[in-house]
Design a protein around this ligand. Structure first.
Ligand code: ZN
Length: 281
């Protein structure tokens, strides 16, 4: 008897907590959904490692991150030029192999769905994992390059990485450019390298002309990428932040969501679908 009463009280309390949490989340999802709808296609997403951790790609800087196991120096231009073969092996084992096996999660899929509905102009990402594209996003600006391409260290040559990975593993040497004979490196931005100019410019143009910017899964501490949401704010855009840890721009955001993007963004998509269908109905 006594136990039954306790169980009932416990259940009531649990249910109450769940209900309260659902309501707040729905309110928050509705707020973002309304802003996205009002922006009429002028919404830009700005994403970082946190959007891909649910796909099994570790945040390099996070507590389980790559940089806790190996020194980030390995992925610096200086170290690459000193021992290109060793740097290639480190890249293949620590980045190429795990990233090429990863699949997009519900956060990537939600962003792609909003783009397909004509509500998202572009995704600016600090990620190199191609998961936005794999989820169906079409306009993706990659600020830190892409894991599946190579670039020449001297000329403008760029190409797919797969055949070069094969070459490194089979011939125990770093690959060379077929145009100029110089060293090829993975086309991701290494420490000591500038961000690609064309992508950076495109990102700033998008940021300064969008009406809504939604930051997802980044603590906004890596520069110059972190300047992009600041450019959006100074041009009068509404800023939303979905990130599990605090960011330096939290106090300038309309709303800060401390949630996994993979849980929260599908709710935003649902609310938008409901609102669109009730407008039509
Ligand atoms: Zn070359």
């Amino acid at each position: 008897m006594h136990y039954q009463v306790l169980i009932v009280i416990f259940l009531l309390k649990t249910v109450k907590i769940i209900v309260v949490k659902r309501d707040t989340e729905l309110d928050e999802a509705k707020k973002i959904a309304d802003s996205i709808l009002e922006a009429r296609g002028k919404t830009v997403f700005f994403t970082g490692a946190g959007v891909s951790t649910e796909s099994g790609i570790p945040d390099f800087r996070g507590p389980q991150g790559l940089w806790t196991r190996i020194s980030p120096e390995i992925f610096s231009l200086d170290v690459f030029l000193q021992d290109p073969y060793d740097s290639w092996i480190q890249y293949i084992e620590n980045i190429y192999k795990p990233v090429s096996k990863a699949f997009p999660n519900s956060a990537h899929r939600s962003i792609a769905e909003l783009e397909a509905m004509g509500l998202v102009e572009a995704v600016i990402t600090q990620n190199i994992d191609k998961l936005h594209q794999k989820a169906g996003s079409r306009r993706v600006i990659e600020l830190h390059g892409s894991y599946d391409e190579v670039q020449c260290t001297k000329c403008n040559f760029k190409g797919k990485i797969d055949e070069h990975v094969q070459y490194v593993l089979e011939s125990n040497a770093a690959p060379r450019c077929r145009i100029c004979g110089s060293l090829l490196k993975p086309a991701v931005v290494y420490f000591g390298e500038p961000l690609p100019e064309r992508e950076l410019n495109e990102a700033f143009v998008l940021a300064s002309s969008c009406k809504v910017m939604i930051v997802v899964g980044t603590s906004l501490t890596v520069f110059p990428a972190a300047l992009i949401p600041r450019a959006a704010i100074s041009s009068g855009a509404e800023l939303f932040i979905i990130n599990e840890t605090p960011t330096p721009l939290d106090n300038q955001a309309i709303l800060v969501i401390r949630e996994k993007a993979g849980n929260f963004l599908p709710e935003v998509v649902e609310v938008i679908k409901e609102e669109v269908s009730s407008e039509r109905g």
